[in-house]
Design a protein around this ligand. Structure first.
Ligand code: NAD
Length: 360
């Protein structure tokens, strides 16, 4: 069934798969500000107590079954907020159910094969897909993109620097969380754990900015990781080259008093520096600065952030207004992230071998 085969109602019904902290602290507060266009109608979680409690907050139906949510005729658009490993199958099921659009939390797949299957189903069903890499929908970023001229052709250095408290701190500021899964204790001196933490850092955190980084790296397929290490209790320092661009990805999640999330793209005579609001925080958009040797142009803050931006975009594409990012864009964004994660974990092995050789 085509997604556009029936006219969209004035207020679109939202169904949410997975009602964990991200649904509770990010999406429900965002949707509460968008009630003129979107209404939460159905919440599904495999934990019945979580499904019921979260649904009751917004007066929605609840269930523990994907099929039940997809069969609910009051659900026009579906948001996928379950753990990573379920995303691909749930996106495909939502497209096949003939919903008007799908919002999938990042990452929308965990392999190139999964991404290709999603792309094929999206092309066949023509259901638009939005991936919740929220910075790509932040009005501060969009204003910078419209104003930066030839910056992408001249960028040689990119820095993504993230310092944040661990997620529960911000989740608790935003809402009273039910059903939180505690972080498992791990031996982060074990090389296999280090590799899993690096992959988690890239696919879970760096991935927010990698679609933005890719705007400045046309040669994104040729990734060479020069250095990769984890930061305790959670974070990473990864240096890489993509084509002729040098990229620094740094993240530290700790008990910081001052959160900071900055992306810089530095060119020969123009630079961009963009300050994003931290994840989970609902306080307007990023502020972008475009600098030359003579001028600084400040863009933002605007009234809403990327979370609200992605929901607005979802509502538009569900109505056939504007276009969702192309399947190629989503697949290339994912391939870029997977290539960095893979090369970073391989670098950990190389660094361990070099250290062993040095001690012999
Ligand atoms: N956009 C952001 O800023 C941001 C921040 C953190 C996490 N995320 C992403 O959001 C997603 C959810 O994160 P979270 O912290 O709420 O995760 P979580 O794992 O803590 O919670 C997910 C919820 O999904 C439920 N669940 C488990 N299996 C399910 C299934 N098969 N179908 C439906 N529900 C299922 C769990 O019971 C839990 O309530 C993840 O993909 C994560 O990467 C996004």
């Amino acid at each position: 069934m085509s997604s556009q085969s029936q006219a969209a109602p004035a207020v679109l019904g939202v169904g949410i798969l997975g009602a964990g902290p991200v649904t509770q602290a990010i999406h429900l507060p965002s949707l509460s500000r968008l009630q003129d266009i979107l209404e939460v109608r159905h919440i599904m979680d495999v934990d019945p107590a979580v499904a019921e409690s979260v649904a009751n907050r917004v007066g929605a139906a609840f269930s523990t079954s994907l099929d039940e949510l997809l069969a609910d005729p009051s659900v026009d658009v579906v948001a996928i907020c379950s753990p990573h490993q379920f995303h691909a199958a749930q996106v495909i099921a939502a497209c096949r159910a003939g919903k008007k659009a799908v919002l999938c939390e990042k990452p929308f797949a965990m392999s190139g094969d999964e991404a290709a299957s999603i792309s094929a189903v999206s092309a066949e069903t023509r259901v638009p897909i939005i991936v919740g890499a929220m910075h790509t929908f932040d009005p501060g970023w969009l204003a910078a993109e419209a104003a930066w001229g030839d910056l992408p052709e001249q960028v040689h250095t990119i820095r993504s620097s993230i310092v944040l408290p661990l997620n529960p701190r911000f989740e608790d500021f935003a809402s009273e969380i039910v059903g939180r899964t505690p972080m498992p204790a791990r031996d982060n001196t074990d090389p296999e754990v280090i590799k899993a933490l690096l992959t988690g850092g890239v696919m879970g955190l760096a991935i927010h900015d990698l679609p933005l980084v890719r705007r400045f790296t046309s040669d994104f397929a040729a990734v060479e990781v020069l250095h990769a290490e984890i930061v305790k209790p959670f974070g990473y320092v990864i240096s890489l080259r993509a084509g002729h661009v040098t990229i620094e990805l740094r993240a530290a999640m700790n008990s910081t008093w001052e959160p900071s999330w900055v992306l810089e793209a530095i060119g020969d005579d123009t630079s961009l520096s963009i300050d994003f609001t931290p994840s989970y925080v609902h306080a307007g958009s990023a502020i972008a600065r475009i600098m030359t040797s003579r001028t600084t142009t400040v863009l933002g803050p605007f009234g809403h952030n990327g979370y609200e931006g992605e929901w607005r975009k979802l509502a538009e594409v569900a109505r056939g207004i504007g276009t969702a990012p192309s399947a190629d864009t989503l697949i290339h964004d994912l391939e870029f992230a997977l290539a960095i994660a893979e090369a970073a974990t391989a670098r950990v092995d190389d660094q361990a071998t070099t250290r062993q050789e040095a001690t012999v």
